[in-house]
Design a protein around this ligand. Structure first.
Ligand code: BYC
Length: 336
């Protein structure tokens, strides 16, 4: 599905300068403007390729690292049903990582190179996964808000101009929608439960609200990739537009739960029809991106350990594949 026709290396050109490429650039933009898809073997500006390599791999890394905060609660889920559901959700996230690495590979970089960028700390992953999961209510809040924010951001990506990414997003969004519902259902149960359960739900919401709003990225003024990504129809809405849509959709859900949001400036604006909200602490966002969030080191250490501990499995799989290759080559010669 994603790696079709990857039999040629894309020509490496500087799309911005050489006049002979101006025509190709115009043709590329016309395809994008016509809402057709750019496919792996099509010519694309190097900066479009680089943007997609960065965004898709960052997205893949987020899915994989994103398994850790929830994995923390697998052995402590309050019932067998909750455990099975959480396990299925985490496995979906591993699957999303795999579709996304496959889509990223169509851009001419190997999965190993992307892994290396993550493991060496050169690649980013979503800031939200650098926060700890302290109580069971965090599983509810992650499903409700983190997956809710992910859906808000990812539905428009189903119409992204790059074919393999857009197609991967369609399946991912279907699964994210189940994730969001399972989280909200945990929140409904807790907020209608004992006073201690309701307090736990409120406390989790208090801790996650602001970091979730940061998932949409820096404000439009600060978003350095937005202009190009919008022109190339990778992005359909700006970071601030998606953040606002998310807030507008989420406040009534929180009110239905009987919970409050930790923002004294949250107020419905009759004139705009949107919820006004307080200032996001961008210094915290920058700190987390720079590697100094509450769990950055722990997340990277766990990922690096998983990679090292799995080395023998990869080695054994390679040896097995090689043995099978040799056996089938020998059988072919014998049959001739
Ligand atoms: N965390 O110019 P900007 C999920 C980076 S959901 C870390 O606005 P862009 C999941 C940005 O990459 C989460 N880094 O960038 C859910 C750029 O970095 P460089 C994953 C961030 O690309 C539930 C710099 O800041 N979702 O996986 O136009 C369970 C400047 O930003 C963040 C995706 O990845 C952040 N929050 O817009 C399990 C969706 N925000 O150039 C898993 C796909 C910004 O310094 N990605 N940065 O390397 C996107 O839609 C866009 O890349 C973003 C940012 C909206 C995130």
């Amino acid at each position: 599905m994603y790696t079709q026709a990857l039999n040629e290396k894309a020509p490496s050109r500087d799309a911005n300068a050489p006049p002979e490429d101006a025509k190709m650039l115009a043709r590329f933009q016309a395809v994008v403007d016509a809402e057709d898809k750019i496919e792996p073997n099509d010519w694309m500006p190097p900066s479009y390729r680089r943007t997609l390599q960065r965004q898709i791999s960052q997205h893949a890394h987020s899915e994989v690292i994103g398994m850790q905060p929830e994995g923390n609660w697998l052995t402590r889920a309050p019932s067998l049903k909750r455990k099975a559901t959480l396990l299925a959700k985490i496995q979906d996230e591993a699957g999303h990582g795999l579709y996304l690495y496959s889509a990223a590979e169509t851009l001419g970089m190997s999965r190993e190179e992307y892994y290396e960028q993550l493991l060496s700390g050169r690649a980013k992953y979503s800031s939200i996964f650098n926060y700890p999961t302290l109580t069971w209510a965090d599983m509810g809040v992650i499903g409700w808000l983190v997956d809710g924010a992910a859906i808000m951001n990812q539905i428009p990506l189903c119409r992204c101009s790059y074919g393999p990414y857009a197609r991967a997003m369609i399946r991912i969004c279907k699964e994210e929608s189940f994730h969001q519902r399972q989280g909200y259902e945990i929140m409904v149960t807790l907020s209608r439960g004992s006073p201690a359960q309701k307090a736990m739900a409120q406390e989790a919401l208090n801790r996650f609200w602001w970091p979730v709003l940061m998932m949409f990225g820096p404000s439009d003024k600060e978003s350095m990739h937005s202009a190009d990504s919008t022109k190339w129809k990778i992005k359909r809405f700006s970071n601030d537009e998606l953040r606002q849509k998310f807030i507008d959709a989420t406040i009534p859900q929180g009110q239905h739960l009987g919970l409050t949001f930790p923002d004294p400036n949250l107020k419905f604006n009759d004139a705009t029809g949107h919820w006004d909200y307080g200032e996001i602490d961008w210094s915290e966002f920058r700190r987390v991106l720079a590697g100094d969030g509450p769990c950055n080191r722990q997340r990277m250490k766990a990922r690096q350990a998983a990679e090292a501990n799995g080395a023998w499995v990869r080695e054994a799989a390679r040896a097995h594949a090689e043995k099978r290759r040799q056996r089938s080559a020998a059988a072919k010669i014998a049959a001739e």
